[in-house]
Design a protein around this ligand. Structure first.
Ligand code: RIB
Ligand code: CA
Length: 311
């Protein structure tokens, strides 16, 4: 299965990539989008991760800002790096390391990849949909090569960035609308299902005693990620991007139904709200994740992290 990942490279994005690898899936390319952090920081995170974890797939820089909205990051929650840590951080890549960043931008790279494919493609989108929307505008002839666009984003319930909107949807609502109108086969994995997949501080214990080169880094990043919740008085931290990755790696773990989604645009009170209509009044325009085997997805995520920490 030809597989591409579009990401704003926070820690849950990293865990999602580990989960795909642990499932034996080959990633053909990575495209970067501003979201958790500005595109420059997202790029540094991706290059640093490629160096730490030995990634061999090409990495392509994408959109620095949303299609219409002003740029918005998750710095208030995740800090300037977009990846909070309880100690050791990803290294700051030097100029030599930055050389692994492809000279081909995300849109051109996606078009070359899709044009060369012999079989239908899967794209996993883990950030705002800006790159995917821009691609569908520039290459409408290639969108038919995509058999599924699995997106961690939106919510059939409350938001997390505002009471109405999940972060990835909030950052670029216009991109979501373009993707819907382009007829891309969107499979939305929203906050409502991701919130049932959780981690607790004790989950980091095994990482702490792992013997791999990056065990200490991963233990600190996981602890920092969980501290997003515990520092705010919550006992558990939801695992977002790995839940979307599990929909590809273990399709039986996430169940979808057809639904109609409308997104509230930039400039409106409920900007980024993904309003779902389950009635048959509106023809469905996407597939919505409504069920998840949360224990299975949590286990897949922890197994993938542990495997990476033992390497
Ligand atoms: O709302 C959670 C989503 O926003 C995740 O993909 C996280 O990495 C951020 O991109
Ligand atoms: Ca993400």
């Amino acid at each position: 299965m030809p597989l591409w990942v579009d990401t704003d490279m926070g820690f849950d994005d990293l865990m999602a990539i580990f989960l795909l690898q642990q499932a034996g899936l080959k990633i053909d390319g990575l495209s970067l989008v501003a979201g958790n952090a500005p595109i420059e920081q997202v790029t540094r995170n991706a290059i640093a991760a490629a160096g730490c974890f030995g990634w061999s797939w090409p990495i392509h820089r994408g959109a620095a800002h949303p299609i219409r909205a002003e740029p918005e990051t998750a710095a208030a929650i995740l800090g300037e790096t977009g990846m909070q840590s309880a100690g050791r951080q990803l290294p700051i890549p030097d100029n030599a390391a930055m050389m692994i960043l492809s000279q081909t931008n995300a849109i051109d790279a996606l078009s070359v990849w899709l044009d060369d494919l012999e079989s239908p493609a899967t794209i996993l989108a883990l950030g705002p949909l800006t790159n995917i929307a821009e691609f569908s505008k520039a290459h409408p002839d290639l969108t038919g090569e995509i058999s599924q666009l699995v997106w961690m984003g939106g919510s059939a319930g409350a938001g997390n960035h505002t009471p109405h909107a999940e972060f990835n949807a909030y950052v670029d609502p216009e991109a979501v609308d373009i993707v819907l109108n382009a007829g891309l086969p969107l499979r939305m994995v929203g906050l409502d299902v991701c919130r049932t997949v959780t981690m607790v501080p004790e989950d980091g214990a095994e990482l702490r005693v792992a013997t791999g080169k990056q065990a200490d880094l991963l233990a600190n990043l996981l602890e920092g990620y969980i501290q997003i919740a515990t520092s705010r008085g919550r006992e558990t931290m939801a695992v977002y991007d790995p839940t979307a990755a599990a929909a590809i790696a273990d399709p039986d773990a996430v169940g979808f139904i057809p639904a109609h989604m409308r997104i509230h645009p930039t400039g409106t009170e409920k900007r980024g709200m993904t309003e779902i209509d389950f009635s048959s009044q509106n023809r469905s325009n996407m597939m919505l994740a409504t069920q998840v085997d949360n224990i299975r997805v949590r286990s897949l995520t922890l197994q993938a992290l542990q495997a990476e920490a033992e390497r």
